[in-house]
Design a protein around this ligand. Structure first.
Ligand code: DGL
Length: 218
């Protein structure tokens, strides 16, 4: 079994790492677009074009059972386009976990950490409307995070201020809506110190892949 994993940068490696644990015998090929990362400050059309271009090696080879867009930003603006254009290819995307957050929160306040492009997308707005219409959603300013994480420049004090601010606003769930942030999950856990749940989709992606593979096998 072969899985393709795409992200603008190192977020894909975080997802691939989790997939390797769930599918130890799978062949997992990661593709990134280091030349253009970060995607989060680009327009939807740019992200769509860059994503399609970067995916070409996987699409042309056509040998991935599933391609995982391990990028919330690319999923938000490109997954429908890709599914339409490449109907024989199975794609899985990642999206901010609004539905699980709504089920989990007691305070009704959820912090969604994501890129500006994800937060501005119609797909994200739809997600919030469908699963979290009564939630108070805080969208902390994380626009520098992907760049800083990609370049190993992340600074704990910067993250600390942003997370503490969300906690002060009574957020009891923090959604990691960008796969780059998976690399600082432990840091965020330390800051949060049990005061909020931190949601990210690595495990859900594995489950979704299993489901799709069962479908293919039937
Ligand atoms: N890791 C990506 C995401 O999940 C993209 C970050 C970026 O390139 O700005 O959104």
């Amino acid at each position: 079994m072969k899985l393709g994993v795409f992200d603008s940068g190192i977020g894909g490696e975080a997802i691939a790492r989790a997939l390797r644990t769930t599918f130890p015998s799978a062949q997992i090929e990661t593709v990134s677009d280091r030349e253009h990362v970060p995607y989060g400050d680009k327009s939807p059309a740019e992200v769509r074009n860059l994503t399609e271009t970067a995916l070409q090696p996987l699409l042309v080879a056509g040998d991935c059972h599933v391609i995982i867009l391990a990028c919330n930003t690319a999923t938000a603006v490109a997954i429908e386009y890709l599914r339409d254009k490449y109907p024989s290819q199975k794609f899985i995307g990642v999206e901010p976990m609004i539905k699980p957050a709504a089920a989990h929160t007691k305070s009704g306040v959820v912090a969604v950490c994501a890129t500006p492009a994800t937060l501005a997308s119609q797909r994200y707005k739809q997600l919030v409307q469908t699963y979290g219409p009564t939630l108070e959603i805080i969208e902390p300013d994380c626009k520098e995070w992907a760049y800083l994480i990609e370049n190993s420049l992340i600074n704990r004090a910067h993250i600390d201020t942003i997370i503490e601010n969300a906690l002060q606003h009574e957020a009891d769930v923090i959604v990691l809506g960008c796969t780059h942030y998976h690399w600082i999950k432990e840091m965020i856990e330390e800051i949060v110190a049990g005061r909020a749940a931190i949601l990210e989709p690595s495990e859900a992606i594995g489950q979704r892949v299993k489901y799709l593979l069962r479908q293919i096998a039937e």
